[in-house]
Each structure stands twice: as structure tokens, then as C-alpha cells.
Ligand binder design. Structure first.
Ligand code: NAP
Length: 296
């Protein structure tokens, strides 16, 4: 059977890895990115470059969006040049960005109005997993929409978990990321106390990473601290976005979630200190000093 024609909308860290993976797996790929300079290497690698999400969607049976946040997703799908305006009835639309549940539900309704299949399919894994087809897809949507997407998702991912109707993938992803961010923020504060208390940092950190606090996330941040390499696989700014979305999801369900709010304060401080474009692990570099007492 001929391979489905796939559009990748958004060539950031994740979208570029996914587009490369599809090209090396011989899928016919069309790419779109707002900043057109990012499309050049994909044109050289054999992708068709579209000048709008709409034009990319017109050429494709499976349309995947991988952009920063709700606003970016809205700009990609809706409007005169949005992908929904170019998608043929019966095509399969996949939103893989990490977004809010209310926006996903609005988008699902707009896709249904156009007689398109729609999945929210955010991912776990980061830059190397996108490039090597080892993402984990957390999927919300109908079983028939998922069946239409399966051939593409199985090239991009090591597994696909179907959680339920539209929005359930998005919700699971926000829960996953707020727990991960809480652990990173907690480790950042532990390192601040290790340093302020004059402990040997290497010894103290290895006690944490070898013991029960040593989750995969804590180990990942500790490794970045040891290497001093904070080049982004997943930007600190986007992890703060996920904490904001998770906190709002708690509020929507009338839950008083404390830990996303606490972690968000730690991440916001790191952004204020200029670390927003670095890897999320740069949260460990931000200073945690109490502000000076107010003058009376
Ligand atoms: P990124 O490298 O910052 O790329 C963001 C992409 O969004 C770029 O293509 C950017 O286009 C586009 N964009 C931003 N605002 C836009 C707008 N208003 N209209 C159209 N396009 C817009 O981000 P990323 O790391 O690839 O992450 C993409 C999504 O995946 C996010 O939702 C993130 O939370 C999620 N995610 C990331 C990781 C990870 O490890 N990096 C893992 C899982 C999930 P320009 O190039 O023109 O700015």
C-alpha cells in the first residue's frame, strides 16, 4: 500500500526530529514552519515546503501539528491560511503539541465540522526520541481515527497508548509533565540548600540520585548539572507553560493543586534570571536567595 502523505506543521526541536524520521522512512512529507529559514534542510532532504499550514494540509492525508502552545496551535489550524481550511474531508488531523484540554476540545469540534478525523496525541520523550522514532504517543480520540493514523505513529513512536476520547491524551500529558517539573524544581531547591549549607556537592547529589529521590528526571537534571551543558532538548520556558496549563486544569476540576503552583514559582524565577531558552534542567542554576528585607 502507498505510504500516506504527511504534513508536519512546526519545525522546532520536536517537529524537526519527527519530519526527519518520516523522510528517512520514505514517507512523502510536506513541511511548514512560520520562520521559513528552518525549512531549508528539509527541502534539501526531499520534503515539499509549503508556504502556509493550509497549503501543507491540501497536499496531505495525515496532518501533524507540533508547535509551542495553545496560541501557536490556534494560529496553525484556524483562519484563512490555517490547516483546517486546506484539509480534505476524511483526512486525519493530529495535534501532538502539549496543550490545554479546552482548546483540544474546541479544535476537535472544528475538525468534526470539516468531517476530518482528529486525535490529540501529545508525546513523551525528547529531541533524540523524536529523531529515532522512540516517542510515546498519549492519544485521545476515536478508535477509527487512531486506526487511520497508526502507520504514521508507529514510525514516529515506540508505542501508542489510547486513553479515551478527545482531550484525554492532552490531560494525561499535562499530568505527566507537572510531575516531572515538580521533581526538577525540587532537585533545584535541594542543590541550592546543598550549596548554601556547604556540603560537598558531588557527594550530596550522588546520595540523592542513588537513593529514592533519584527519579529519571532528577538523574537527568543532575547529569546536566555535572556536565554544565544546558543546550535545550526541552526549553525551560515550555516546561513553565506546561505547569501553567496543568494548574489551570486543576482549577477547571475544582482541585486545589499545590505542587504545580510551587514548581511554577521556581520555574518563573529561573525565567526571570534569563534561563527560559535553555534546557529545563537549567532550573538548577537559578539562585534561590531570599530577597533583602524591606527597608522600614
Ligand atoms: P520549539 O523548539 O520551541 O518549537 C516551537 C515551534 O512552534 C516552532 O516551529 C515555532 O515556529 C512554532 N510556533 C511558535 N509560535 C507559533 C505561532 N504563533 N504560530 C505558528 N508557529 C508557532 O518547541 P518544541 O520543543 O519542538 O516543542 C513543541 C511542542 O511539543 C510543545 O508543545 C512542547 O511542550 C511539546 N513537547 C516538547 C518536548 C521536548 O522535549 N522538546 C517533548 C514533548 C512535548 P518558529 O520557528 O517560527 O518560531
Amino acid at each position: 500500500m502507498a505510504k500516506q502523505r504527511v504534513a508536519i506543521l512546526g519545525l522546532g526541536i520536536m517537529g524537526s526530529g519527527m519530519a526527519s524520521r518520516l523522510l528517512t522512512s520514505n514517507f512523502p512529507v510536506t513541511v511548514y514552519n512560520r520562520n521559513t529559514a528552518k525549512t531549508d534542510p528539509f527541502a534539501k532532504a526531499g520534503a515539499h515546503v509549503a508556504d502556509s499550514p493550509r497549503a501543507a494540509a491540501q497536499r496531505s492525508e495525515v496532518i501533524i501539528s507540533m508547535v509551542a502552545d495553545d496560541q501557536a496551535s490556534r494560529d496553525t489550524w484556524l483562519g484563512e491560511n490555517g490547516a483546517l481550511n486546506g484539509a480534505a474531508p476524511g483526512s486525519t488531523l493530529i495535534e501532538s503539541s502539549t496543550l490545554t484540554v479546552p482548546w483540544i476540545q474546541e479544535l476537535a469540534a472544528a475538525a468534526a465540522h470539516k468531517s476530518c478525523n482528529f486525535l490529540d496525541a501529545p508525546v513523551t520523550g525528547t529531541k533524540p526520541h523524536a529523531e529515532s522514532g522512540e516517542l510515546l504517543f498519549l492519544v485521545g480520540g476515536s478508535a477509527s481515527a487512531l486506526a487511520n493514523a497508526q502507520a504514521v505513529l508507529s514510525v514516529l513512536g515506540r508505542d501508542v497508548i489510547h486513553l479515551g476520547s478527545n482531550g484525554s491524551g492532552a490531560l494525561m500529558k499535562l499530568i505527566n509533565n507537572f510531575m516531572a517539573a515538580v521533581q526538577a524544581a525540587s532537585f533545584a531547591e535541594a542543590v541550592a540548600l546543598i550549596t548554601a549549607g556547604g556540603l560537598d556537592r558531588e557527594k550530596a547529589v550522588s546520595i540523592l540520585t542513588d537513593g529514592v529521590p533519584g527519579s529519571p528526571m532528577v538523574k537527568r537534571v543532575a547529569a546536566r548539572l555535572a556536565s554544565g551543558d544546558f543546550s535545550p532538548n526541552f526549553s525551560l520556558r515550555l516546561m513553565a507553560k506546561d505547569l501553567t496549563y496543568a494548574a489551570s486544569e486543576g482549577t477547571r476540576h475544582k482541585l486545589d493543586l499545590q505542587t504545580p503552583a510551587a514548581a511554577l514559582a521556581v520555574f518563573k524565577e529561573a525565567i526571570n534570571q534569563g534561563y527560559g531558552e535553555e534546557d529545563l534542567s537549567a532550573v538548577v542554576k537559578s539562585s534561590r536567595k531570599l530577597s533583602a528585607p524591606q527597608a522600614r
